[in-house]
Design a protein around this ligand. Structure first.
Ligand SMILES: [Zn+2]
Length: 293
């Protein structure tokens, strides 16, 4: 295990205890979350080193299933996924002319494929080799390993998207520097993240599925992600909700709690989260849109 001595966002050298959370998804191991009192970043601290982190991803469930399933729930899931991809694309590119788009952590390539159909030049980055090969075949486009990004030229992309990816990245500052380097000046950066200030985060506490320790190394609210990106030369444009995520997260959280009436309780709490967020803007997950200065 490795641990942070200083806050990667504001460099403060003091952390406070925040919550103890189990890896409900795979190992049932317990991890400590700490918070930085200065910038409110929440970190999984200590966290697994690079050599050990692989075992926490060691499940087929963690990656998108390319195979078609015909069960009722997977059909609903597929239908929601399609609607969601269209919505994400609209949010990411609204007001822009067609250009070049890089999706970091592109998984099986569904989002990229849609962007390609809409006439964008696409490229992807995917660390998992199986998923990388699959998305290469699917999109018939260039899908890079994280190392290959390093050799890419400066200022290549009009839009870079990271759908629930930044919370997995160990070196936040290095990642932000890379983003700034390969994005065109004025280019758009789209970051989707779970929101620790959402109603569902506060309701489920240590059972909130979006803590997803130790795979999620950082847990952000709006002010903290804005501070990190401002530091690296990005300005905030706007934020948009991911309302379906509330249902997915509530369902996983209810399952970890093993409450009776899992499904109705999940629907009720997800609905509550979205209603409350209508006013507060603190949705279960948000899409944050920045542009490079
Ligand atoms: Zn801090």
């Amino acid at each position: 295990m490795n641990s942070h001595k200083n806050c990667p966002v504001c460099n403060n050298n003091e952390f406070r205890p925040f919550l103890k959370v189990k890896d409900h998804f795979l190992t049932k191991q317990e991890f400590s979350l700490q918070t930085c009192p200065k910038c409110e970043l929440v970190l999984t601290n200590p966290f697994p080193e690079k050599q050990e982190i692989g075992k926490y991803y060691d499940s087929d469930e963690y990656y998108s299933h390319p195979e078609k399933s015909t069960s009722f729930f997977s059909q609903i899931y597929e239908a929601v996924k399609k609607v969601n991809i269209k919505y994400k694309f609209k949010v990411a590119t609204s007001g822009l002319q067609k250009g070049s788009l890089l999706d970091i952590g592109c998984g099986s390539g569904d989002f990229l494929n849609y962007a390609k159909e809409q006439g964008w030049n696409i490229c992807g980055v995917e660390p998992n080799e199986k998923a990388r090969q699959y998305s290469k075949e699917k999109t018939k486009s260039n899908i890079l390993s994280p190392d290959e990004v390093l050799s890419q030229a400066d200022h290549l992309y009009d839009v870079i998207t990271m759908w629930h990816v930044l919370e997995h990245v160990e070196d936040l500052n290095w990642q932000c520097q890379q983003l700034k380097r390969i994005l065109k000046p004025g280019g758009r950066l789209i970051i989707a993240l779970p929101n620790i200030h959402s109603y569902d985060a506060q309701h489920y506490k240590e059972y909130w599925a979006a803590y997803d320790v130790p795979r999620h190394l950082y847990h952000f609210g709006f002010s903290t992600i804005r501070l990190l990106l401002n530091k690296h030369g990005f300005n905030f444009l706007k934020r948009e909700p991911l309302k379906w995520d509330a249902y997915y997260i509530a369902l996983l959280s209810e399952k970890s709690k093993s409450t009776p009436l899992t499904y109705p309780m999940a629907v009720l709490n997800a609905w509550k989260s979205n209603v409350k967020a209508n006013k507060s803007r603190e949705y279960s997950s948000n899409i944050y849109i920045f542009y490079a200065t």
